[in-house]
Design a protein around this ligand. Structure first.
Ligand SMILES: *Cc1c(COP(=O)(O)O)cnc(C)c1O
Ligand SMILES: [Zn+2]
Length: 498
């Protein structure tokens, strides 16, 4: 629909203008800083930052009901800059002009309801939100679209010129960073990956986008230290989720869920895996902003999920409130490899926001559960045998939901949205290890026969010749090949003649 055709009360709000004032606020000392410079941590005390709208009360001058209509009408626009996360411009990057927005097709991923069999098995109604359907096949595109639009804005404002964007990654951040950087002429990218700790598909992504790729010994936590040292010492733009612009973009995940439920968040549960904890930070922050503005009137439950092989956040919340102390853990191999992090960068943000979330809701609404590697694989494979495209982290989320239902954090009359944070294909190697019973013992995964699957090679033994590339058969030999091969398949499938 073209703008002139929208209702008159919507028209002034339809196309967002760059305005307002965003600031970085330190979660440690409370200091505030302007956004003309890309900051990752507080120059005064070194803590992580979050970005705040200095005049957020301005957003409350528009009623929740009008906001809801504005977003629903924006859905009908054909303007590329408003087709992704910036449909919620005023909540994501109010100072960014639409001309700086980079949109590569991210956001508005489908929420697909699980079939009756799955809902029965999980004991609750639930949807998968398929964030693997983003352009680089993970949710990381949401935050990257925000960070790159901001960098483009800095360049266009003259605050920066050539930029070298750099990140450490468990695979998906680097795929997203390399993709978005490759679209923008003034931005080059370099990524640091833990050697042999990302999947072949994830390694192929930044290489294909033309990024400089460095493999580092150790695990992600080691890469993160190197990249932090680079960012402290050299002139580079850090794209890890320490970068608060990433968090802003990832808030779109919550806004989309709210919109997809017609903003009715009563009896809703949102389940996300936790690695570096940027995602759960953004999900809480997003719902809080919509709640504060009256766009939603209830805060959904949030369930964060960790593997028992990488569970520092879970262990933190297991301690008694009031005397919790965060301790990093040494991770063990995990099939939820993109979340295999022992010292999450966003932990202070989680602590801060979970507190605020529970306070505003007037009761505990944020829970963290732990699942086994076995449960992650079994639930992922079960989901995908029932029409989903869940990655291992999607399996982890679903296993976490089931755990939360069983422990009573979640009731059967609630409806859950389970985050499949990436596409199943990125982690196909773990499926292969399961199907071929090749998991090294440290993963602690044994395949269940009913979930295994393998291809069958059909090669009738009585045939002397079968076709080969460049060597087709013809005549009687070819007829025999077709006949005998179909017979073998029919026999394997127990087909009856018609
Ligand atoms: C990054 C990532 C996670 C973990 O998200 P955090 O923001 O680091 O907690 C989970 N799943 C996938 C597929 C990821 O790429
Ligand atoms: Zn500070």
């Amino acid at each position: 629909m073209i703008p002139e055709d929208f209702p008159e009360d919507i028209q002034p709000h339809l196309i967002p203008q760059a305005k307002g004032e965003l600031i970085y606020r330190c979660l440690g000392c409370g200091s505030e800083f302007g956004i003309e410079k890309l900051l990752y941590t507080c120059p005064d005390c070194g803590e992580v930052l979050l970005i705040y709208d200095k005049h957020s009360e301005r957003l409350r001058q528009i009623s929740g009901a009008l906001w809801r209509r504005i977003f629903d009408y924006r859905k009908m626009l054909k303007i590329p800059a408003l087709k992704g996360i910036y449909r919620y411009h005023e909540f994501i990057g109010t100072v960014i002009p639409l001309s700086s927005v980079v949109w590569l097709g991210e956001g508005h991923t489908p929420m697909v309801e699980a079939n009756a069999f799955m809902q029965d098995k999980a004991n609750i109604r639930f949807f998968f939100k398929n964030d693997g359907q983003n352009p680089s096949a993970s949710f990381k595109d949401r935050g990257m679209a925000s960070a790159m639009s901001y960098i483009r804005f800095l360049i266009e404002k003259g605050y920066a010129s050539e930029i070298l964007a750099i990140c450490a990654s468990t695979g998906d951040t680097s795929a997203a960073a390399a993709l978005y950087a490759s679209y923008l002429p003034n931005i080059k990218s370099a990524v640091l990956l833990p050697h042999k700790k990302v999947t072949p598909q994830q390694l192929s992504q930044p290489l294909g986008s033309g990024a400089k790729v460095f493999e580092i010994p150790g695990v992600f936590d080691d890469c993160m230290k190197v990249v932090e040292s680079l960012a402290d010492t050299y002139n580079v733009a850090l794209l890890n989720s320490k970068n608060a612009w990433r968090i802003l973009g990832q808030e779109s995940y919550s806004y989309e869920i709210a919109q997809d439920f017609d903003y009715d968040m009563s009896n809703k549960v949102v389940v996300v895996p936790i690695g570096n904890a940027g995602n759960i930070t953004a999900v809480m922050s997003g719902f809080l902003k919509f709640y504060d503005t009256g766009i939603i009137t209830e805060l959904p439950k949030i369930i964060g999920v960790q593997s028992h092989h990488a569970n520092p956040v879970y262990l933190y919340y297991q301690q008694d409130a009031g005397r919790r102390k965060f301790e990093p853990v040494t991770v063990k191999p995990s099939t939820a490899q993109a979340a295999m992090i022992g010292n999450p960068v966003s932990m202070p943000r989680v602590i801060h926001l979970a507190d605020e979330y529970n306070k505003k809701a007037g009761k505990q609404r944020v829970f963290v559960v732990e699942v086994t590697e076995q449960e992650i694989m079994d639930w992922q494979l079960t989901a995908n045998r029932n029409g989903h495209i869940a990655c291992t982290h999607g399996g982890e989320s679903l296993a976490g939901l089931v755990n939360a239902v069983n422990t009573g954090f979640v009731n059967q009359d609630e409806t859950a949205v389970v985050d499949s944070t990436a596409h199943a294909l990125k982690f196909a190697g773990f499926q292969e290890m399961y199907f071929e019973n090749r998991f090294p013992p440290e993963f602690e995964v044994s395949p269940r026969p009913e979930l295994m699957n393998a291809p069958t090679l059909v090669r009738p033994k009585d045939l002397t010749h079968v076709p080969a590339p460049g060597k087709p058969l013809d005549g009687e030999e070819f007829q025999q090949f077709v006949k005998r091969t179909s017979e073998e398949i029919a026999s394997a499938l127990a087909l009856t003649r018609r």
